[in-house]
Every structure is written in C-alpha cells, then in structure tokens.
Design a protein around this ligand. Sequence first.
Ligand SMILES: NC(=O)C1=CN([C@@H]2O[C@H](COP(=O)(O)OP(=O)(O)OC[C@H]3O[C@@H](n4cnc5c(N)ncnc54)[C@H](OP(=O)(O)O)[C@@H]3O)[C@@H](O)[C@H]2O)C=CC1
Ligand SMILES: CC(=O)C(=O)O
Ligand SMILES: [Mg+2]
Length: 775
Amino acid sequence: MNAQDKPKAPTMPVSADLDEQALFFHRYPRPGKLEIQATKPLGNQRDLALAYSPGVAAPCLAIRDNPDMAADYTARANLVAVVSNGSAVLGLGNIGPLASKPVMEGKAVLFKKFAGIDVFDIEIDAPGIEAMVSTVSALEPTFGGINLEDIKSPECFEVERRLREKMNIPVFHDDQHGTAIIVAAAVLNGLELAGKNIADVKIVTSGAGAAALACLHLLVSLGAKKENIWVHDIEGLVYDGRNTLMDEWKEIYTQKSDKRVLADSIGGADVFLGLSAAGVLKPELLEQMADKPLIMALANPTPEIMPELARAARPDAMICTGRSDFPNQVNNVLCFPYIFRGALDCGARTINEEMKMAAVKAIAALAREEVSDVAARAYSGESPIFGADYLIPSPFDPRLILRIAPAVAKAAAETGVAARPIQDFEAYLDQLNRFVWRSGFVMKPIFSAAKVSEKNRVIFAEGEDERVLRAAQVLLEEKTATPILIGRPSVIEARLARFGIRIRPNVDFAVVNPEDDPRYRDYVDEYFALVGREGINPEAARTIVRTNNTVIGALAVKRGDADALICGVEGRYDKHLSDVNQIIGKRPGVCAFSGLSLVISQRGAMFFTDTFVNYNPSAQEIAEITILAAEEIRRFGITPKAALICHSNFGSRDSESAQKMRAALKLVRQRAPELEVDGEMQGGSALSETLRKRAMPDSSLTGEANLLVFPNLDAANISLGLVRNLTDALHVGPILLGAAQPAHILSSSVTSRGVVNMAALAVVEASQPNLQFQS
Ligand SMILES: NC(=O)C1=CN([C@@H]2O[C@H](COP(=O)(O)OP(=O)(O)OC[C@H]3O[C@@H](n4cnc5c(N)ncnc54)[C@H](OP(=O)(O)O)[C@@H]3O)[C@@H](O)[C@H]2O)C=CC1
Ligand SMILES: CC(=O)C(=O)O
Ligand SMILES: [Mg+2]
C-alpha cells in the first residue's frame, strides 16, 4: 500500500487517560507493535533465484546434511518464540490466548529493542498440559529458543519440565526464572545493605504460583533456609496438612504451624515477596516486620502495596515494585532479553542453573558498580549510589547487556552446553557495545537529563500551532520542560479547547501575548540596541517586536526570561536563522552556524551534517562543523566517530570537494586530536569497515561511522530526505549548532513528537552549555 493510500490515522485525544492512550497506541498508525522485515534485497531476477527456487535448495540440503548449518543459513539462531496459552496473564488471570497477544507482542518488542532478538509471539489455544507440550515441542525446527510466558501454575511447572526434557534448545519460563533471577539479585543486594545473612532471614510470600515458587527455589539455592520461608496463596498459609488448593510444588514449602493467614505469620519477617495480586499487603502488617525490611511488591500492574503506603508505615524499608514509575523496578525485563542474548550467541542447548546464577551475580554486581557517564544518562543524569533506592539497575541501563550476556555465555561454555562457545570475549563485547548505541534508545539520555535540569524554560515562537500545543502538554506531563508560548491568548485558548488539550494558559504554562505584553518596551529597546545600526529605525523595531514571534522568543532568551528558543514550525528557515543570528548570535569563536540531523532508523542512529545552513562550506567551516557536531553527539552518551564524506575515497579523485574534505580532515585533527575521524571517503566506506580497510588499511576510523559530514548542503540535505523516506526513519532536528544560547529552528514538516524531542535537547543544552568546544 502506498503511503498516500493509507487511511489517515486520527490524532490521540490529549485528554485521554492512560487506558485510552494505550488503546490508541496499540491501534495507530497500524494495529499492533510488530512487523516482519526482510533482511535480503529481492531486487531482481537473480536475487529471486537465490532467495527462493532454485537457489534455496542449496541451503536446504546443507542443513539436511548438517543441522547445525541452520544457524548459518537461516534466522533461527536469533529467533525466539514467546509462547503463551493466556492462562495467567500478568495479574489479569486466565484471559485466554487471544487476549494475551498484546502482552506477548510487548515481550517481543522488549526482546528486540533491548537485545536485538527476533521473536514470533505465539498464542496457542491449548489450556491443558498435553496440548501445550505437543504444540510447543513441534516448533523446535523453527526457533533458537522458547520463552514460555504467563502460563498458570501448577501446570506451567510440568509443561516446562517436559519441554526441557524433549527439546534441544533453551526453554525458559520467564515468569519463573526471569523473575527469580532479578528477585535474587535484589535480595542479595538488599540483605547486604541491611547487614543480614540469607541463611538467617525470614521470608514471607504472598503468592505460591509460577513466579513466587521459582524465586524461592533460587533463594534456597543461594542459602535461604526452607524453615524460614512462609508461603501464602489465595487461601492463606501453605501449612502441613492443608488439603485444599495444594499441589506438589507448594508442598515443598509447607510449614508445621497453626498460623493461617499473612497477618499471623508476617511478624519478624525480613523479606516480603509479593507475586500475587493488587493490594493484599495492608500497611499495618508492616509494623510487625523486622528491622530494615525488604518489601518486594511485584504484582503487575498494581502491586501488593503501593510504595508510598509502605514507606509511610516503614521509613526504614527497602521497597521494590514491578513498575517503571518507582525506584527499584524488579521486573523480569531486566533479565530475559540478556539471558537469551548470551544463550543464543553461544548456541546454548539449554539455560541451566549455572547460567541463571551467572545472571544473578552480574545484575547484583552491576548495581554496586560506579556509574559511568554514559550509564548515568539512563538515571536522569545522576549517578545513583548503591542504596535503598538503588538496589538493582534500571531497565534502561545500557550496561545490562554488556554484563549479563557474556556472563551467561561464559557459564554455558564452562558447563558444556554451548554448541558455539564464544572464543573472543573482547570482540563479543565490542559487538554488544555496537548494539547498545544502535538500539534506538538514543533519545533516552536526553529526556533523563532534561527532567533534572533547572534551566528548562523553553519559549516557542509558534505558540498557537497545534503541534506546539500538543508538545507543550507532553512536556508538562513528562516534566521535561516548562513551556512558554508566544501567541494570542484567545487563539491559544480556543485551539486548546478545539483539540481537547487539558493544559491551561497562565496556570500550567506562561503565555507571551505579542499584542499586549508588559515587557514590550524593554524588548523593543533591547532589539533596537542590537539592530539599530543595521538600517532598522525605532518605528520598524516596534513593528518587528510586535509581529515577529521569533524575534520575541530570541529576545526572551537573550534577556534571561527563557532558557531556550524553539521556532521554525512555520516560515522560512533562513529568515528565522537571520533573527536568531541578530539577537542571540554565535558562540564566541564560532565562525558559522550549522545544522545537524539525527536520523533514527531500524538500523540505528546516525548523525548527518550540515543539513540546513551552509550552502558550500569551506574546509575551515567543515572542520568547525565536525567538531561542533561531535560535541553535540556526546550529549547523547555516544562517542562520535566522524567520516568526512564525498565522491572521492582516500585520494581517488582530485576534485575541489575531495581537496576540501582532505584539508578539513587536517584541521579537525589539529583542533580535536581526541576525535575519531577520517576522510575523505565515500559513503560506503564510512559505513563499512571492510570497504574502508580495502581502500585504506590503516584508517584511524574503526567500525561504522556515526557522524557523516557532507561536503555541501545539497549532498547533506538530499541524503537526509532520501534516507528518511526510504527507511521510514525518525528525524530529530535540525539541531542548530553554534548559537550562543540554545535555539533551534524546526521545519514545517515537524510533528508534535519532533517538537518535544527538540525541546528536550534544548533544555539539556541550556543546562550543559559548551561541553568542550575550543575555538
Ligand atoms: N515483577 C515481575 O517481574 C513479575 C511479576 N509477576 C506478577 O506476579 C503475579 C503472579 O504471577 P504468576 O506467578 O505468573 O501467576 P500464577 O497464577 O502462577 O500465581 C499467582 C499466585 O498468586 C496467588 N494469589 C492470587 N490472588 C491472591 C490473593 N488475593 N492473595 C494471596 N495470593 C493470591 C495465587 O494463589 P493460588 O495458588 O491459591 O491460586 C497463586 O499462588 C502477577 O501479578 C504477575 O503480574 C509475575 C512475573 C514477573
Ligand atoms: C512481568 C511479567 O512477566 C508479568 O507480570 O507477568
Ligand atoms: Mg509474565
């Protein structure tokens, strides 16, 4: 279907609550969260002959003769099935396989985003054990691994046991083992902080299902004593002699006791482990717990107790939930993508106890590690310190994959279950590192840093525009920026009402009315002082300050009434730039403004420059643009790798632009010796180390460049447009480089999400100006 043929998606009602927003999110622009992508071109008859008949027979026969070759000739080794029968979906109960599909699609997205693993979500109408086992085991030829999900207990134990026996690929019930691994890491760290020994602590659970029992098994293997464990389910305590709602798995944890309910047995508990249902832990029960208790209320989506209630009852407690909106998110998402990454990468036939334990230790150790600059960006720009509110890493910590996957692969090799043991761990780490920055979470550090910035007042020149109004709502909701909108209050109010946007002018955000603002005279004086000698008389200055919103916004930034300017949603780029130049001006030492574009595609994140400003920059300007762009890229927690590109490959041509890029390289190397940069080279050499090495074996650029510096505006801007459209990429930008204070001129095609992205970046620039640029 052509883009023009697609039905136009409606816009999300901004007043929608979370449920409505989630329904909208799942429905538009196309239903669901996944699609399948071809990884080979099918561009001509030859490709067709290779990909399908007759060529496809060759890999078929190679696999028939040696099944291991499936890892080389098919996608199997990176393909996992997320399988559910929908019998215990989150805490929603037995809602059936079809209704479980959004959760399974969600797990698939997490596998892909966090660890680059491809997933088919498979929801099967198989309520019983036999049907589950026969259906899933029949899938072995398709997959490199099986992730069982949301299958009710006790059936899940038998299903998993039989599948593990039958299948020669990893079978992992995530609700059991993924949860157990992250819970065990949090318990080890929590007890360390409380100064307690696992062998001595009393553990009380609410829940005796898949997750709770698997957690207990792992805690016991870490040294917890069964006699110190008190398990509760919907009927209360699991005690010796109970004969209702019992099974052989609960039986393992029976207590000889006449206590019957949580309230009877929670006294003196060091750990509460909730993997049951919302609200079952009452605050008054917490008073009976031991000193510095560890409260893990992990039911999803609503925990056994909300953290604020637990904190009020027990200020000395360490509190964890399964949710992302509180500290200490104990959720299996911290584990399953990476344990599978490690297992798949070494061709593991199973995920054994040693591999799980390696994951526990890697996660627990990570929380105790000092946080690097790059990782700090996953934590709102702060370096969290191991403690009650930081028992385990955040799911966005980029180091998780780097620590867990190699630890798991190593344990697999050591225990003899790896068909393809990793030979070179340094190279493997390098490969994982490349994945991390490609993974599309590239804006996350910017949003985290913006949230904690004190210089967050962003003034919008086109404050009446629908996209800006919607962006303002999101910025306020997400606490990313304090928007100031330039526009007529009556128009803003009318449009907010028309679009159903809840935020209110002069209550939630400030408005600058160009027709009537008390600062008008001061702004005119300031403007006249700046431009009075450029042919603008006082009368013209008054008119401009009343009618040109970019001028008003730039003056507000100049005078300190705002921290950053966003404009350009309407009007010509060069006119906005001229206003910004006149009022805000360039950073000391910078010769020219330039435009940087971040392009985020399936393939990863890539920066292009100069996409918007300089028609034919000189070698000096190219050098400056490269250094400024590299500086900006570091804000994203990314180490820049710059390629100066043109039609010539390391001296293969002697044209004007080839000479210019060569001269620019010399200047960059003089001015920024620490920057990884090379040129002049063709686009292919920039992206492929193999191609580059063929032309220049000792190139100082390694791997794939992430900053492409073009010789002129035509090349940069045309490439940007083509790449965006051919790859359906997201464009963040244009990012204006070289301004004395943060100011960005967007384009008329920007979406409201694009406005939000740029506002967040502007806030970060305001709080962290001039990282390293030296004139
Ligand atoms: N944070 C995380 O990473 C994870 C969280 N979870 C959450 O844990 C919960 C359980 O999941 P899972 O183990 O897979 O499901 P199961 O269906 O296997 O187990 C649920 C358990 O909770 C018990 N239970 C249900 N309601 C209550 C209640 N009101 N009081 C006490 N016990 C109750 C059940 O009792 P009975 O045995 O009598 O039926 C059963 O033992 C869900 O909310 C799920 O979202 C699960 C996995 C990971
Ligand atoms: C997180 C998860 O797997 C669950 O709540 O079921
Ligand atoms: Mg689950």
